[in-house]
Design a protein. Structure first.
Length: 153
């Protein structure tokens, strides 16, 4: 198992990218002030097919240098639907909660570790305090988060 660690307290972080067989190139990450934001999207069903405006954003995010983490996405996401939208599935990590890790815990870890430039979470009933915790985690990892939830009637 490979573990990637976030190097905190450094003025500029570097992302290591592997090129060719043995070369590693350091690439500076954009200034921290552009990160640490959490955007909440409220939909009728929480399904991606209800969010056609979001698909181009997801496609763009999937072509960044770091991973794009999806936490607890809808189970009925057809691979062809995502590929047709231009999403690079090789850059997407799917994470699912279990009895030991909630959606919120997975999101905080994915945001803070520094290996994901964006984390998209499908979750319900997140408090303002929890959103502030996610923002703090996103600042630590130079990431941004998107929370997708269904509208409560």
């Amino acid at each position: 198992m490979i573990q990637l660690h976030n190097h905190r307290n450094r003025p500029s972080m570097a992302l290591l990218r592997k090129h060719g067989s043995n070369q590693i190139i350091q690439k500076p990450i954009t200034a921290k002030k552009e990160f640490g934001k959490i955007t909440e999207i409220v939909t009728r069903s929480g399904e991606l097919n209800d969010m056609p405006l979001l698909m181009p954003l997801l496609a763009q995010l999937s072509h960044e240098d770091r991973w794009l983490a999806w936490i607890a996405p809808p189970s009925n996401l057809p691979r062809s639907f995502l590929q047709d939208a231009g999403i690079d599935l090789n850059k997407v990590i799917l994470l699912y909660p279990d009895e030991h890790h909630s959606v919120l815990q997975l999101a905080k870890k994915a945001l803070s570790i520094g290996t994901c430039h964006a984390v998209i979470s499908w979750a319900e009933n997140i408090s303002e305090h929890e959103i502030r915790n996610l923002e703090h985690s996103a600042q630590q990892g130079c990431s941004n988060g998107i929370l997708i939830r269904r509208r409560h009637h």
